[in-house]
Design a protein around this ligand. Structure first.
Ligand code: BTN
Length: 324
């Protein structure tokens, strides 16, 4: 965090409930001079904060823009470890890449990196993940890598369950898990999860991209946002905190009770189970009925040859059973 950002954060921290503050109070609390207070207020105004200035009472904050800053997330966090250290960026190439870069080699598990924009956001199978700034949630979480690469698939499901739960609790739409890494509603993709394990550094990073406040015009074909689905906008800071809160609960639960609890929940929330699917794999296509989520976090597909758990592949078609 730069010195200016630190000053802006401490100025903002003094405006919680619409109260008035004098310039002197702000200067004392932030440990700066009156000139710097004015500069900070101006910077914040440019960023979308709206101030009311009263000749006697002082200054009050009347509107906050929906920007991901510490004061928008921290008050809503109830975690023990996840997000206790959060780094906020205006723009990065990819939050996963940044968190895996040498810059964060000393970061503790639980560290979160958030950005308003990505210039090289990545999805599965090297697809691009593009969103306009200030509209989506783009973040990565550094996690303990005890489980190694096999933990990545399971963790993707843990995150899917947690994120869907947080969205519901925020009054958002009901999202279903489309194995292996998507959350969908009305067959449209709302959230993608990219969990990556780097053996050279034994680090596991969970990246989440959620379409929150994009309009229809700002979304790619086949995608939806919480806004297009529910007709209202969402404050992204509290939503990020809610996802981290639920993520920690589910990670703890998976550790204490084993993966079975998560597996059963992911199966219950699945957009695929009970439907005919076409699964594309390197060695060819599998046609069958998705009958569940397996113990390894893969998709259980029943074909004429029997039921098998597939841990990789791309579901390219979903339809009601019996429909060609
Ligand atoms: C997918 O749908 O294939 C996964 C998309 C994951 C996108 C998120 S956005 C935050 C994090 N950083 C990235 O570069 N990708 C993930």
């Amino acid at each position: 965090m730069s010195e200016k950002e630190r000053i802006d954060e401490s100025v903002l921290a003094l405006f919680d409930g619409g109260e008035y503050r004098t310039a002197g109070e702000l200067a004392r609390a932030a440990g700066i001079g009156p000139g710097e207070v004015n500069e900070s207020l101006r910077r914040l105004e440019e960023a979308g904060y709206v101030w009311e200035r009263h000749p006697v009472r002082g200054i009050a904050l009347r509107e906050r823009p929906d920007h991901l800053v510490h004061s928008e997330v921290a008050p809503y966090l109830s975690t023990r470890s996840l997000g206790r250290s959060i780094r906020f960026f205006r723009s990065v190439e990819s939050t996963n890449d940044s968190l895996l870069s040498p810059l964060f080699s000393g970061a503790e598990p639980g560290t979160v990196l958030v950005s308003e924009e990505q210039t090289r956001g990545r999805g599965r199978l090297d697809r691009r993940w593009e969103t306009p700034p200030f509209r989506a949630l783009l973040f990565s979480v550094l996690l303990g890598a005890e489980g190694g690469p096999t933990a990545a698939g399971r963790l993707t499901l843990v995150s899917g369950v947690a994120a869907a739960e947080a969205v519901r609790a925020a009054g958002g739409p009901s999202l279903a898990i489309r194995w292996p890494n998507d959350l969908v509603a009305e067959r449209r993709k709302v959230c993608g999860i990219l969990c990556e394990y780097k053996p050279e550094s034994a680090r596991l990073v969970l990246g989440v991209g959620m379409n929150v406040n994009q309009t229809v015009e700002e979304l790619p074909a086949g995608a939806a946002s919480l806004r297009t689905l529910s007709g209202r906008t969402f404050r992204r800071g509290p939503l990020l905190a809610a996802i981290l809160n639920r993520l920690e609960v589910w990670v703890d639960r998976a550790e204490a009770e084993g993966f079975e609890t998560v597996r059963a929940e992911a199966e219950r929330q699945s957009a695929l189970v009970g439907r005919s699917v076409t699964l594309e794999r390197g060695e060819g296509r599998v046609e069958g009925i998705a009958v569940g989520i397996g113990r390894g976090g893969g998709l259980l597909v029943r074909t004429e040859e029997g039921t098998r758990e597939y841990r990789s592949g791309e579901v390219i078609r979903v339809r009601p059973v019996g429909e060609e």
